[in-house]
Design a protein around this ligand. Structure first.
Ligand code: ATP
Ligand code: MG
Length: 432
């Protein structure tokens, strides 16, 4: 190990101790008689103080010449200093430059010189050095970790399913084609069909956290062309059961993030309100009633527009479910109500600002599923591999899919979903 501590692991109580820190040269303040170097690592900042007259001239000279953002290792002793970050400073005996940064810098990680999101994404490796950006990804890690913990605790098994597929999950055209040897294949838009097949496969409860690909040409602040989805499927339950699981998961993730990411949340200036369960449920009919305030011409059977979602979100003001959707606007695998087949047992989980998840009780009966595929204008032959799983004992089941980036974006109140994924893929961006 080249370091003894992260900057955050030292306090004024370590005064007198010799330590070695490693990181980037965040800033230099040269006051003539005294030279402050700020060393930044993932966990924070430490002040390196050199009193020029009292120090080895070679060390002083060297320190003055290090370009900002170079990678340095500093050995020295700790001294209590109430005015420095974390209440201590380092009086260095050695400073080594492990990798010199060129100048000018493409981006200022101190945040003093602002940059637009596009510029930041062009040099993401530099952008993530800023404590704010890094904090988003530290929280993202904890969102995914807490999700895995929660689902594992509930008896779910993590699976991974292919991203290269032969057929669309839901029909339509929103797929990226690719050449697969001598035939055409696609990047999968959702693990839906595979997780359902594993219900016939006897897994009972599965989850997957993985990429989903959508070739839609939307250019919004909440759509990506490659997003990350948390998907679950569970046997012998109804849509109500998996809505209960979903709201519990969201509350658990908020709770764990607020416990485990205190420093990151402070950096991001966020105070998390843990959502109260159970979440409010409104029906699609109630939703369009509210939405007509802003969309008077909205007809029953139409999907909710962004403006409609916004209006309903304002009205409700916290996480909520929209249930009982028209069967015609939900995917073919959603289970229609027996006594009212024009609506189905599907739901959306909404944050006041946007949709977070969609789910449903699924059709588990072969004949009905095949009929629904045909009714939606799709060719059942291309779904043979999937339909077969419904012919030899398929339990009733339900599930949902929730976007990791949307969960993170709403949790941290970020304005653009591109902030929530390291290397966003959108209409204009395929590199870096
Ligand atoms: P929207 O109507 O908001 O475009 P959707 O209904 O098409 O979303 P679903 O197919 O229901 O999305 O996918 C389930 C979840 O996956 C969504 O609720 C969302 O959280 C996430 N998701 C889907 N598409 C995208 C995308 N293009 N970018 C980011 N997240 C997405
Ligand atoms: Mg949806």
């Amino acid at each position: 190990m080249m370091r003894t501590h992260y900057t955050s692991e030292i306090t004024s109580e370590d005064a007198g101790k010799e330590v070695v820190l490693a990181g980037w040269l965040h800033e230099v303040r040269d006051l003539g008689g005294i030279l402050f170097l700020l060393l930044r690592d993932r966990e924070g900042i430490a002040q390196i103080t050199i009193v020029t007259k009292k120090s080895d001239p070679e060390l002083v000279n060297k320190a003055r010449k290090i370009p900002r953002e170079s990678v340095i290792v500093v050995r020295g002793s700790v001294k209590a200093e109430p005015k420095a970050p974390n209440g201590y400073e380092i009086l260095p005996t050695h400073i080594d430059v492990l990798s010199k940064a060129e100048s000018p810098l493409p981006l200022d990680p101190t945040g003093k010189v602002g940059a637009d999101l596009d510029t930041r994404l062009d040099v993401r490796f530099m952008d993530t050095r800023s404590p704010r950006t890094f904090s988003i990804f530290a929280v993202r890690h904890h969102v995914m970790l807490a999700t895995r913990e929660f689902l594992t605790e509930k008896g779910f098994i993590e699976i991974t399913t292919p991203k290269i597929v032969a057929a669309a999950t839901e029909g339509g055209t929103a797929l990226f084609p690719l050449s697969y040897f001598d035939r055409e294949a696609f990047l999968n838009q959702s693990p839906q069909l595979f997780k359902q097949m594993m219900m016939a496969g006897g897994f009972d409860r599965v989850f997957e956290i993985g990429p989903i690909f959508r070739a839609e040409e939307h250019d919004t602040t909440r759509h990506l062309n490659e997003a990350t989805s948390i998907d679950i499927e569970q046997s012998f339950v109804t849509h109500h059961d998996v809505m209960g699981l979903l709201e519990e998961l969201v509350a658990y993730v908020y709770e764990k993030v607020s416990e485990r990411c205190e420093r990151n949340l402070r950096t991001l200036n966020i105070e998390l309100d843990i959502p109260k369960t159970p979440f409010v449920k409104i029906t699609y009919d109630e939703a369009i009633e509210i939405a007509r305030d802003v969309e008077p011409s909205l007809e029953w059977g139409e999907d909710l527009t962004t403006a409609a979602e916004k209006r309903i979100g304002e009205e409700i003001g916290e996480h909520y479910f929209i249930v009982d959707w028209p069967t015609s606007i939900k995917p073919y695998y959603s289970m229609p109500y027996g006594d009212k087949p024009e609506i189905c047992k599907s739901f959306d989980l909404m944050h006041p600002k946007m949709e977070l998840a969609s789910g449903a009780q699924r059709i588990h009966e072969y004949g009905l599923l095949k009929k629904r595929i045909e009714e939606q204008g799709l060719n059942p032959d291309s779904f043979d591999f999937y339909l077969q799983a419904f012919r030899y004992g398929m339990p009733p089941h339900a599930g949902w899919g929730m976007g990791v980036e949307r969960l993170l974006m709403t949790m941290l109140d970020l304005k653009n979903i591109r902030e929530c994924i390291l290397f966003p893929r959108d209409r204009r961006r395929v590199a870096p």
